[in-house]
Structures are given as C-alpha cells and as structure tokens.
Design a protein around this ligand. Structure first.
Ligand code: NAD
Ligand code: ZN
Length: 388
C-alpha cells in the first residue's frame, strides 16, 4: 500500500510499504477514505518530537471503511464506515473507565521509556513517535486499529467524509478546550491561535454559552475565518495583546483564556527537551509567548485551558501570576472517545458543519506538497484533507 512516511525534519515521502495485518484479536483494519494533516503533525515535521524513526508512517486524523476484524471484535464488521479517534485506548483500565481516554494505561507499550527518559508519559497515539507507542499512522491506504471496540464510531452515510472526519481530533479538541475553560453564560473567552483547533474552540465556546470570543493570530485568512465564526479578532503582530484584552473587558481580562498555539510558536524547537532546558529558557526571555500572555491576560479567578501541545520545558512559567490570581489551569491530550457521540449528534442536528475548516484537498501522493503548504501557512491553507 501507499503511505506517508517520515524521514526527518521537513522530509516526508510517499512510499510503498507492506499492508497492515491483524496482530491481536481486538484489532480492525480500516481502508482509509480521508485523512487530514494536523498542527500536531507539524511538531513531527519540524523535528520537535524525539523518538521518531526513518520510515515511520504519519497521521492520526483519519476515517474509512472496516475491511477486516479480529476474532474478539464485537461492535464492528467489514463494510462499516467509521471515524477513528487519534487516542488509542483499551476502554478497560482505570483511566479509560474514568473517561480519561488519552491517558490509557494499556495503549502505550513505551510509556516506561518515556517516563525514564523524560519524566512523563501518555497513552498511545497513531503516527506520533515511539514515545507514544510507535503505532503506524493513518496517512496511508490502510491502517491497523487496536482496541477496535473502544475507539471507532460508525457514521451515517448521509454525512460526508469532510463533515465527520474531524471527530477524529480537532473538533473534540476545540470542544474539550472550551469545556475545560469552564465557560459560563455571559463569559468573554480569548483564544490564542486560529488554526483548526482554535477555529473549533471558537465555535465550541459559543455552543457552550460564551457571550463573546476574542481570537488572536496574525494570519489574515485565519482571522477572517475566526470572524466568520463570530469572534472579534486581534492581530498579535500589530497589537499589545494583553493591553487590548484588558481594554475590551473593562480592565479585568477575559474570564477564560485558551492556548491553541502550542510549542512551535516559542521558537525553541528541540531545545525544549530536558537537558537543553536552560537554553530554552534563555531564548524565551527574549520572546514573549502565547502561553505567558494567556496567563497574564486571564482575569482573577479565571480559567486557562491549554489544548496546544507542549513537550519538555517551555517558557519562564509565570507561576506567581497563577498563584496570586487564583487561576485554574487545565491541559492535556483530548479524551476523544468521550466526545464522539455527543459531537456527532451536534453535526447530525445541524448545530455545526465541521467541513468549513477545509481549505485544501489533495491526494495521498501529494502529501509532501501538502505538508509544505500547511507548515508555511501559504495560499490561505488552514486544513488539508488527503484522499487515499
Ligand atoms: P496550527 O499550526 O494550524 O495553528 C496554530 C496557530 O497559532 C497558527 O495559526 C499560528 O499563526 C498561531 N500562532 C502562532 N503564534 C501565536 C501567538 N503568539 N499568538 C497567537 N497565535 C499564534 O495548529 P492546529 O492544528 O490548530 O493545532 C494547534 C495546537 O493544538 C498545536 O500545538 C497542536 O499540536 C495542538 N493539538 C492538540 C491536541 C490535543 O489533544 N490537545 C489535538 C490536536 C492538536
Ligand atoms: Zn491532530
């Protein structure tokens, strides 16, 4: 089959590789119909995540048709059309049972290594380095889906691929970011980053009752899309963001602040990883960052929600502000499984049509060009869908 393989920083190639096979009785094999490139894939593309190996298959946002199931799979059968959450979860461990699906104790065989090397670990994710399980990703014609009864959701034929594909990640991620921001009716919410995660966070904040959303980015097309979603826009390149937010909120600051940017904006790259942390901190002092602004801007007693991905040591962390202002800080990989059904329902009943996010449609073979365009944020690119 054809698959998008990682070979190093800014080097992805479409190659012919062996088809995946059932390895475990709870596996399913999916023929991929559509797959997207995520801001999280850019961390791999930019070389920000360690423990990638040449030839690793990328991709964690995908959907398609079930073509084979292992003998213990009960809820899926060949022919089913499914969307697959990027979080691989057993469904049985204590974390899964508590609804903390992205922290599954059984899906990351390399968790011990991550713990030993970096002092933290998470669950297993598709196409996201050996640190997170070393699973082959879904930017391919076929993919093996472990724990097939605890992840994929079947989707109705009446909804197009582009309407449901983003249930795999960025719609639940934006939604959980807004939910973790503890939005109450009447709240003002500020969101840094108008990539796909930020766009879904904007719309989710309104679905959850926000009175006003203020969106921060620098890219005109992204700010325009944020405005189309009902947000007031701020360009961080020509505005003092923290001051502007104060002015817009009667001097108080927003009730909730969401960092949908992540570590790439910090300009430290791989230096953020442990033993080079000192260098990371030094670079940060010259460069005020989204994360620090988020904490500075939030009103007393407010909530900071961080869906943006961070690794290692980032920023001179303003712990004093968090403490003195009594802020609540929430972060983490999305517990996608928890949101699949409720958000599919919202799509089906017309609350939201996630296909608004798609700006570029290419074939799997065109992945190298697609990665370049999305990384450069050229040509108005906000979300790329590759059809396999
Ligand atoms: P993206 O790269 O398309 O978007 C990031 C946006 O942030 C860009 O539009 C960029 O211009 C903007 N930005 C950069 N610096 C900024 C600053 N100082 N202030 C305001 N905006 C700034 O990525 P995306 O797909 O939207 O993902 C966003 C983040 O969410 C990434 O870190 C990604 O890894 C993460 N993510 C997390 C989860 C999760 O489970 N928590 C899931 C998916 C993605
Ligand atoms: Zn993603």
């Amino acid at each position: 089959m054809k698959a998008v393989c990682w070979y190093g920083t800014h080097d992805v190639r479409v190659e012919t590789v062996p088809d995946p096979a059932i390895l475990n009785p709870q596996d399913a094999i999916i023929r991929v119909s559509a797959t997207a490139i995520c801001g999280s894939d850019l961390h791999l593309y930019d070389g920000y995540i360690p423990d990638m190996e040449a030839g690793d298959i990328l991709g964690h946002e995908f959907m398609g048709e079930v073509v084979e199931v292992g003998r213990e799979v009960k809820t899926l059968k060949p022919g089913d059309r499914v969307v697959v959450p990027f979080t691989i979860s057993c469904g049985r461990c204590d974390y899964c049972q508590r609804g903390l699906w992205s922290l599954c104790d059984n899906s990351n065989p390399n968790a011990w290594m991550a713990e030993a090397l970096y002092g933290f670990s998470g669950g297993g994710y598709y196409g996201y380095s050996h640190l997170f399980g070393g699973y082959a990703g879904g930017q391919a014609e076929y993919v093996r889906v472990p724990f097939a009864d605890a992840g994929p959701i079947t989707v109705p034929d009446g909804l197009s691929d582009e309407q449901v594909l983003f249930l795999s990640d960025v719609f639940p991620t934006g939604y959980m970011a807004a939910e973790q921001a503890e939005i109450k009716p009447g709240d003002v919410v500020a969101i840094w980053g108008c990539g796909p995660v930020g766009q879904f966070a904007i719309r989710s904040a309104y679905l959850l009752g926000a009175d006003e959303v203020i969106a921060i980015d620098r890219i005109p097309e992204r700010l325009r899309m944020a405005e189309a979603g009902g947000a007031r826009r701020l360009n961080y390149e020509d505005t003092d963001v923290v001051e502007a937010l104060k002015e817009l909120t009667g001097g108080r600051g927003p009730d909730a602040c969401i960092d949908a940017v992540g570590m790439e904006a910090h300009g430290v790259g791989p230096a953020a990883w442990f033993d080079r942390a000192e260098q990371a901190v030094r670079l940060e002092t010259d460069r005020p960052t989204a994360l620090r602004q988020v904490i500075q801007a939030c009103r007393k007693g407010g909530t900071v929600s961080v869906p943006g991905v961070y690794g290692g040591f980032i920023d001179k962390f303003p712990m004093g502000a968090i403490f003195s202002k009594g802020l609540t800080l929430r972060a983490g990989q999305t517990h996608v499984q928890a949101y699949l059904r409720p958000l599919l329902e919202r799509i089906a009943n017309g609350d939201i049509d996630p296909s608004f996010i798609v700006t570029h449609r290419l074939s799997l073979e065109e992945a190298p060009e697609a990665y370049r365009t999305f990384q450069q944020k050229e040509d108005g690119c906000i979300k790329v869908v590759l059809s396999a």
